[in-house]
Design a protein around this ligand. Structure first.
Ligand SMILES: C[S@@+](CC[C@H](N)C(=O)[O-])C[C@H]1O[C@@H](n2cnc3c(N)ncnc32)[C@H](O)[C@@H]1O
Length: 379
């Protein structure tokens, strides 16, 4: 699932943008997504909850057993009930259609303006070796290399103008309506990021680390809320990191980006006082998540805080919405989405040694779902 900013990044030239033809195609996709998620989905929900089996499952989901196997079995049964409804199927068809067309239309729309975007990138300040650490020898884990995340052709590194594609096509014309994956219709994804980073318990931090940072969208939010913090992040994708570095330079963000595996960052022990993750855990297999939490515990100073923001667990949303979340695994190239919604990040943080762990939603339909904890002073 992507959670990109819904506005073109500041610091970009106003002449950048799509042709009328490219823009119209993207706006049509946005209109379809908005209609499907804000009009058809509530109708499908009412039909699901009005159905005898749907109503029984809804009630059991609210009051019945919450262990992993019981929840998994319930979601599977609810999927069958939902699938029997043509309104649900049409809404899901439109979701899939938009998810594919974001690239089928978005890439040609950017290609129409390739010369302008390429000139903008070429005109960017030179890369600063101490702010961007790329490692051509880093071999990404197999799951990362083989997945075309969110149906993006070639995955995260599949299209060289990925940055403009999200900043000028998909972000402002489609994602801005919400209504995809865990993001509810009509919610503001830029504000969600600010709200999520504001969940750190202290007013200020010296050094915040973000594993799986992609570009600098979450760093922009962190710099707004904690302007004095030094910011460091890692990701596997050199393309996202280069793009993030360029935007950081143009926007004056004090960020160091490194191409590293999040479970093996190479950062010194006890070197940061805050860790923030945003939209990361559902992209990792469960075992990698456990290793990631141990690594974050290692690099945090005693007393340091960790804040995770990701889609909610099935148990924290109603039955119908659990079906909506589950759907992404098989239909939007999100291989670990279901595993993630069946996980308990709070428990995993405790296993890694964190204390004072809390988990709660800060928005509609359980999203963003926050899990936070602290490394004990005596660790
Ligand atoms: C949905 S994106 C979120 C990016 C960013 N956190 C944000 O807020 O926009 C997930 C990111 O996690 C990165 N990622 C996935 N597995 C990783 C791993 N094992 N190590 C480092 N980064 C990873 C992906 O390359 C991708 O950029």
């Amino acid at each position: 699932m992507t959670f990109f900013t819904n506005a073109p990044p500041t610091g970009t030239a106003s002449s950048l943008g799509l042709t009328q033809h490219g823009r119209a195609g993207m706006q049509m996709l946005g209109a379809i997504q908005k209609f499907a998620s804000s009009r058809m989905r509530p109708a499908a929900r009412a039909r699901f909850e009005g159905d005898e089996q749907g109503a029984a499952l809804t009630e059991t989901h609210r009051t019945g057993p919450q262990d992993r196997d019981a929840v998994r079995e319930r979601v599977t049964r609810a999927q069958v009930v939902a699938d029997a409804d043509p309104v649900f199927r049409l809404e899901r068809f439109l979701q899939r259609y938009v998810a594919e067309e974001n690239f089928n239309r978005g890439i040609p729309a950017i290609e129409e303006r390739r010369a302008t975007f390429a000139a903008f990138i070429a005109d960017s300040p030179a890369m600063e070796a101490d702010r961007l650490h790329l490692d051509p020898d880093l071999t990404p884990p197999a799951y990362q290399a083989r997945t075309e995340w969110h149906l993006e052709p070639g995955g995260w590194d599949g299209y060289d103008l990925y940055g403009p594609l999200f900043a000028f096509a998909v972000g402002p014309h489609v994602f801005r309506h919400g209504g995809y994956a865990a993001v509810s219709a009509g919610t503001d994804i830029t504000q969600q990021r600010i709200d999520a980073v504001s969940q750190f318990p202290k007013d200020s931090y010296d050094h915040i680390y973000e594993p799986g940072c992609g570009g600098v969208s979450t760093f922009r939010a962190l710099a707004t809320v904690y302007p004095k913090a030094r910011l460091t992040g890692c990701d596997l994708s050199p393309l996202l990191l280069r793009n993030g570095h360029m935007l950081a330079q143009r926007q004056g963000l004090d960020v160091t980006l490194k191409q590293r595996e999040a479970t093996e960052t190479g950062e010194p022990d006890a070197s940061v006082d805050g860790v923030m993750t945003y939209a990361l855990h559902h992209e990792l297999p469960p075992r990698e998540n456990a290793a990631l939490f141990r690594e974050m515990f290692r690099i945090l100073k005693p007393g340091g805080d960790i804040v995770l923001s990701d889609p909610p667990p099935f148990r924290a949303v109603d039955m119908f919405h659990a079906v909506i979340l589950d759907w992404d695994t098989d239909h939007r190239e999100e291989p670990f989405f279901t595993a993630s919604c069946l996980s308990d990040w709070g428990e995993e943080l405790e296993k890694a040694g964190f204390v004072d762990v809390e988990a709660y939603a800060i928005g509609a339909d359980g999203y963003p779902w926050i899990t936070r904890g602290r490394k004990p002073e005596t660790a």
